[in-house]
Write a protein that binds this ligand. Structure first.
Ligand SMILES: *Cc1c(COP(=O)(O)O)cnc(C)c1O
Length: 391
């Protein structure tokens, strides 16, 4: 199909919630995608941090297609050895003891919110259900995870929202403690705010927050939907910060391209969600879990994670050397670049036209390449970016 036909079909039949680039992608290999006219694009987005192993990785395709040809779905009324194997692997690699599987980041966070509230209600009484999140955070698009998201711009049109969220105005202990009341049960953070502009928390703040939560019997929830699964050079960013949250959520990169969300907790919380308190029809689907098992097997390898660090450092160095770039933030292969004079949105549109897929995060350029990107693919993309920034 020609691009114009696809565009018309989209306009006719899909709710216009997305501002799309004039690119229709039809195939891909590694970090290179092809559009409907056969034009190639180097991909620095990995589908917003999803395709951790790139497009159509051989091992991932084999795992997923073998499972699809064996048993595609069974519902959670029955046991699945693929789902149990993934849960065991996730627990082994993170030190947590229980997992709930959903289908997205928002669903993983919904589970985290329900888990924190139920634990607090069970332990301290029904009033104690407030959660503090940070200004500029992003936790999802469902009504409750939007309420958890500390961005006023997203709190329009859909009232009434779920109650019980307060937003700390800055990542400081003063701002967090100003939001804590006798009814607070948890504090929820992203180690690096992704959608909010690739803004990492400081090591000192994370440590103080952890100590404060312990002292005040508050649960610490880490939304690692974007920072997880090798993205920062550690399997999960909490391992880099050396601070273990009570609840961890993971999604995006975990499935390697198929929808999955996971909410993990340790022993303290592992008996809170009892029979009938939560569920998901598709959660822990065997095909998705088979893909995620392959992703984890590969990404958890120390040599793989070292390469993420190295490639991230290389990318950062090249970006810092570009005249138009004022500053680079982030960790591993989750980077944001501050531009001196140009508008990020315009640069990303120009890059797309020149054959490079890039993201923005607020006013920054955002880089989330597949973790498997080769040096040659990185250089090819950087050359395009450099020429766009020079014009
Ligand atoms: C993307 C994202 C979400 C939402 O994930 P979905 O899969 O789109 O529901 C939640 N939290 C963070 C930190 C994210 O980056």
């Amino acid at each position: 199909m020609r691009f114009e036909e696809i565009k018309q079909q989209e306009a006719a039949n899909i709710m216009p919630t997305y501002g799309r680039f004039p690119v229709a992608l039809v195939s891909g290999k590694g970090a290179v995608a092809k559009d409907c006219d056969g034009k190639e694009y180097v991909d620095f987005t990995s589908g917003i941090g999803v395709n951790s192993l790139g497009y159509c990785d051989e091992g991932w395709v084999k795992a997923v297609s073998q499972q699809a040809a064996t048993l595609q779905h069974i519902s959670n009324l029955y046991y699945s050895p693929v789902q149990t194997a993934l849960a065991e692997k996730l627990c082994q690699l993170t030190g947590f003891s229980k997992v709930f599987f959903g289908n997205s980041g928002a669903e993983a966070n919904e589970c985290a919110i329900k888990l924190a509230r139920k634990y607090s209600h069970d332990t301290y009484g029904a009033e104690r259900g407030e959660i503090v999140t940070l200004r500029n955070s992003f936790h999802g698009r469902t009504v409750t995870t939007l309420a958890a998201t500390g961005q006023d711009g997203l709190h329009t049109n859909f009232a009434p929202f779920t109650e019980g969220f307060r937003y700390a105005e800055a990542p400081t202990m003063e701002a967090v403690s100003a939001c804590v009341t006798e009814n607070t049960c948890a504090v929820m953070i992203e180690f690096i705010q992704g959608e909010g502009g690739v803004i990492p928390l400081s090591q000192a703040f994370v440590e103080s927050l952890h100590a404060y939560c312990t002292e005040n019997e508050l649960l610490l929830i880490a939304d690692e939907v974007q920072t997880g699964v090798g993205r920062t050079g550690a399997l999960y960013a909490f391992q880099k910060f050396g601070v273990t949250p009570d609840i961890l959520t993971s999604a995006k990169g975990l499935g390697g391209g198929l929808p999955i969300g996971a909410c993990l907790c340790g022993e303290k919380l592992d008996a809170v969600m009892t029979g009938g308190t939560h569920g998901s029809t598709f959660g822990g689907n065997p095909v998705v879990c088979a893909g995620a098992l392959e992703v984890l097997a590969r990404v958890s390898n120390p040599a793989f994670l070292r390469q993420v660090e190295e490639k991230g450092a290389f990318l950062r160095e090249k970006l810092e050397a570009m005249d138009e770039i004022a500053d680079v933030r982030g960790m591993g292969m989750m980077l944001g670049a501050v531009l001196k004079t140009k508008e990020a949105k315009t640069v990303v549109a120009q890059c797309a036209a020149q054959g490079l897929l890039l993201l923005t995060a607020k006013d920054k350029l955002r880089f989330l390449p597949p973790l498997t990107i080769s040096d040659e693919e990185l250089c090819r993309g950087l050359t395009i970016l450099e020429s766009v920034l020079k014009n």
